[in-house]
Design a protein around this ligand. Structure first.
Ligand code: ZN
Length: 318
């Protein structure tokens, strides 16, 4: 009997504990909802709740984030919060702070922003200085210049099916560097070929190495491109990742493009071999899709070069 009494008492105590436990749990959830509502607004809370109940929540909202992390807003989607992912050595062996956007999943090298700031003038200086070595020809490249141009023609051939007669088309490349894509486009028959790069001396080197037609025009800045030369084919070959504010850039370039313009982009995937001071973003499928969609582009084709870990996108204007 004694045992039974004890059992009876125990059951009743458990019920009370469970009842209070449930009450505290509900109160706790309500308090959390109110805190998150105050901090982030109703839409954010609803989207998190939806994600939680559909099992899609990428990161638990119970992870305490130091305030310095939550202050950062993603420069790619403009709405997501950047959260600290890890420290990663860059190509010079220096640890970089790597963040990821909770919304578009772009991987951001916050150390690059901390080092160079976000204004376009400082970015221009950094990109120009760093390109001096990168764009210098090696002895091997000089020897194989013709085959390098042929390889660049292959890149452009991927967009030719979407362009029609290239004889009537204007080709524009931002971040054209040595200008081998420009030479290739010119040889493939584009009417006019325009390159923009902070560093124009590399293209001078190319002109010394190979005969270049006179329909190629090189500019230091997008603003210097004649406004009547609207592009039908717009290429950014390993350039997008160097742009600190890609949405501002797309707004700027928009008036330089024809309505039927085709875009060709290649970017490196996230890999410490490609991590350097001048790379701000490592794009992946969700982030590049959202960036392009938000700027009026529709992806026709997305391909990977898994050997080199690059991702290429062909897009048209919507
Ligand atoms: Zn984002």
């Amino acid at each position: 009997m004694k045992t039974d009494d004890h059992k009876a008492n125990s059951t009743s105590t458990e019920t009370v504990v469970k009842y209070h436990g449930l009450r505290y749990l509900i109160t706790d959830i309500m308090i959390k909802i109110i805190i998150y509502y105050k901090k982030n607004g109703l839409r954010w809370v609803l989207s998190k709740a939806r994600a939680l109940f559909s099992g899609r929540l990428p990161v638990s909202w119970d992870i305490p984030l130091p305030s310095r992390y939550t202050e950062r807003r993603c420069k790619v989607c403009g709405v997501g919060e950047l959260i600290f992912l890890e420290k990663k050595p860059n190509i010079h062996g220096i640890a970089a702070d790597i963040y990821i956007c909770r919304n578009c999943l772009v991987i951001t090298n916050v150390s690059a922003y901390q080092q160079h700031g976000e204004d376009s003038d400082s970015n221009e200086r950094v990109q120009r200085d760093s390109s001096e070595d990168f764009y210098r020809y090696t002895v091997e490249e000089v020897k194989n210049i013709e085959s390098l141009v042929e390889a660049n023609k292959e890149i452009i051939r991927s967009v030719l099916p979407y362009l029609g007669h290239v004889q009537d088309r204007v080709f524009l490349e931002i971040g054209s560097g040595k200008g081998l894509l420009l030479v290739a486009a010119s040889e493939l028959g584009f009417k006019k070929v325009i390159g923009v790069d902070y560093n124009t001396t590399s293209f001078m080197e190319t002109k010394k190495l190979i005969k270049v037609k006179n329909n190629i025009f090189m500019f230091n800045n997008i603003d210097d491109v004649p406004p009547e030369d609207k592009a039908d084919c717009f290429v950014m070959w390993h350039t997008l990742e160097h742009i600190p504010k890609p949405n501002d850039f797309f707004k700027l370039i928009d008036k330089r493009l024809n309505q039927s313009c085709i875009l060709l982009v290649q970017v490196p995937q996230y890999n410490h071999l490609y991590l350097c001071d001048t790379d701000y973003h490592f794009y992946n499928e969700p982030s590049i899709s959202l960036l392009l969609k938000n700027n009026g582009w529709h992806i026709i084709k997305l391909e990977y070069d898994c050997k080199l870990q690059f991702m290429a996108v062909i897009a048209k204007r919507r």
